[in-house]
Design a protein around this ligand. Structure first.
Ligand SMILES: Cc1cc2nc3c(=O)[nH]c(=O)nc-3n(C[C@H](O)[C@H](O)[C@H](O)COP(=O)(O)OP(=O)(O)OC[C@H]3O[C@@H](n4cnc5c(N)ncnc54)[C@H](O)[C@@H]3O)c2cc1C
Length: 268
């Protein structure tokens, strides 16, 4: 049970949500699916005076727009898995399907919530950086776009400013490239301890983004004909390894090369 009292707001549009947030950003919490923030409020770790629930703000959509799949901030993992648009990016569907916590979590939690919370050991960050996603951010004053690669500053730290909402995520549909997503976790019920997202061109050129191992995702390039070289590059790219209860950072660094290879194999 949440012990502290707060004002609950459920705006009817993203403009209204941004305007409400602008009134008092410091003591307002935005809720997507609430799978993280409500747990923290129940535990007493967060004590907002106001809560803005995005459920009625018209942000629950997954659609194709101009060669990209656009995911509204209130779309759940299940919405993405079931959408026709997302089938054009199998690596995205694989990521969403592999989220642990069962159907109950996937039916409620949003990718946008994971992005804003920015726990380095989440699935979404490496995939979104690897696929060249753009985050569409909104304030009461207007909108701006930030590349996923520039969004994450470090563990639980992003460029999202006070009073700013993540409105949607745009992921370009990869053209002429195979794509793969590989996630390594220690138990069926655990979060990932290292992920790999690959794009493989017809000429054998390879790009792999390693997630959940470093304080922010890292990207390396190489060739499908030299997977050992790619693996060495992936390990070397882990310069600020992330540790948590699941795994030590050094372990994550040591397996990054193997995960890079598996991500390429997942694509081809
Ligand atoms: C049992 C369990 C298993 C899990 N397993 C995995 C796993 O395998 N892999 C994985 O990656 N994750 C996993 N997670 C984490 C899960 O992915 C996140 O809890 C979820 O994606 C957060 O989304 P949400 O919509 O519920 O966020 P919320 O709890 O609503 O919000 C999270 C944070 O983001 C902010 N926020 C939310 N939406 C916006 C927005 N549009 N604009 C600005 N700020 C916003 C909130 O203010 C809050 O600070 C698991 C969680 C649980 C509880």
């Amino acid at each position: 049970m949440i012990k502290n009292r707060f004002q609950y707001l459920a705006p009817k549009s993203v403009e209204e949500a941004a305007s409400l947030l602008a009134q008092s950003p410091a003591d307002t919490e935005v809720i997507g699916g609430g799978t993280w923030v409500v747990v923290e409020m129940t535990a007493g770790d967060r004590d907002p005076r106001r809560v803005i629930d995005l459920k009625n703000a018209g942000l629950r959509y997954v659609r194709e727009e101009g060669g990209a799949v656009v995911i509204g901030a209130r779309a759940t993992y299940t919405d993405v898995i079931r959408s026709a648009a997302a089938q054009k990016i199998p690596a995205l569907v694989a990521m969403c399907t592999g989220i642990t916590g069962g159907a109950q979590l996937r039916n409620r939690a949003t990718i946008a919530g994971s992005v804003c919370y920015a726990n380095p050991s989440a699935d979404a960050h490496g995939l979104l950086v690897g696929l060249g996603a753009t985050f569409n951010l909104r304030t009461a004053a207007g909108t701006r776009q930030v590349a996923a690669a520039d969004f994450y500053r470090g563990p639980f730290d992003t460029v999202l400013q006070a009073g700013e909402l993540l409105e949607s995520i745009s992921i370009p549909v990869p053209v002429g490239m195979r794509q793969g997503y590989y996630k390594f976790k220690v138990a069926e019920s655990s979060w990932p301890i290292c992920t790999g997202t690959s794009l493989v061109g017809a000429d054998g050129s390879v790009t792999v983004t390693i997630g959940a191992a470093n304080s922010r995702p890292v990207t390396v390039t190489g060739s499908a004909s030299d997977l050992d070289g790619l693996a060495r590059a992936a390990e070397a790219a882990i310069t600020s390894p992330f540790s948590d209860v699941l795994a030590d950072g050094e372990y994550r660094k040591q397996i990054a090369g193997a995960i890079a290879k598996r991500a390429v194999k997942a694509a081809v």
